[in-house]
Design a protein around this ligand. Structure first.
Ligand code: AMP
Length: 271
């Protein structure tokens, strides 16, 4: 496995390959990330993973400084699952990046309400990666469903010939969606965190038979009983993220909460 740290070295290295399957990450890898890499490995060509904590997607009051960084362990995991090349650029990779705007129809909803800078930062850094790598395929987790839709929209409108693949959410045995931020939870908080997916799953099961606004109010109440601060609890159209009042096929139930300073997101696609 090649480990490359500068954009120039990556450019030179990639010249010998025609088809690149790219998995962007912020490191602190877990089975969710690794499922993206395994998916990428199924495609013809080489698998490239980036590890870069993108400062452009964090506001000054957010957790950039404490975001878990575990590069040595990450590299071991990637080697084990036959990743071909890992790109770990230095923090200055984000300097001078062309600032782009994510599609407001998608980015001003859900996470974009409390984190207005967030998706612009993501699209800007991804564009920087994509221009450098020119990937044939890119892989994104459906845990970050809104991000997946925004990147898909961005690619459709760009001149890149890159296919995007959405990969299902990987969960812990108690249902908690895997996330690097789970490592910021104390053992007690970690136990409570599992209630998030349990409440969502129960709510999702009732969505076809009960009033959605009723379920929303009840869901928020249940989460607050466990001390989650609810950022949003939304039933929405899974293509447009438009809020819906009545169940329709492929309704997305998307939630973001804060558990004593740790932000957690999760979603269920209800078919
Ligand atoms: P991050 O390192 O948090 O930026 O995530 C990198 C990629 O891994 C993104 O496409 C995420 O959606 C994906 N990802 C993170 N957690 C999970 C999970 N539990 N299941 C599937 N994909 C995930």
């Amino acid at each position: 496995m090649q480990i490359i740290r500068s954009a120039k070295d990556l450019e030179t290295f990639l010249q010998q390959f025609e088809e690149i399957n790219f998995v962007p990450t912020m490191g602190n890898l877990h089975a969710g990330h690794l499922s993206l890499v395994s998916e990428a490995n199924r495609y013809h060509g080489i698998t490239l993973v980036s590890i870069f904590v993108n400062p452009l997607q964090f506001a000054p009051n957010e957790d950039l400084d404490i975001y878990p960084r575990t590069e040595k362990q990450d590299l071991k995991e990637l080697e084990k699952i036959n990743c071909d090349v890992v790109f770990c650029p230095k923090p200055d990779f984000a300097k001078g990046v062309k600032k782009l705007h994510a599609n407001p129809d998608l980015s001003k909803k859900l996470c974009g309400i409390s984190r207005p800078h967030f998706f612009h930062g993501i699209v800007s850094i991804l564009n920087h990666f994509f221009q450098l790598i020119n990937p044939k395929n890119v892989f994104f987790g459906l845990k970050d469903y809104q991000q997946y839709l925004i990147v898909k929209d961005f690619l459709t409108k760009s001149n890149l010939k890159t296919n995007i693949h959405g990969v299902p959410i990987v969960r812990e045995s108690d249902g908690l969606a895997m996330s690097s931020r789970n490592n910021l939870l104390t053992p007690d908080q970690r136990l409570i965190a599992a209630k998030l997916s349990a409440i969502l799953r129960d709510t999702a099961q009732e969505a076809k038979i009960k009033n959605l606004e009723y379920l929303r109010v009840e869901g928020i109440k249940k989460l607050e009983e466990f001390n989650f601060k609810v950022d949003y609890f939304s039933f929405c159209n899974s293509r447009t993220l438009e809020e819906i009042d009545e169940f329709e096929a492929n309704t997305l139930l998307a939630v973001a909460v804060n558990l004593e300073g740790v932000r957690l997101i999760d979603n269920f696609l209800i078919q």
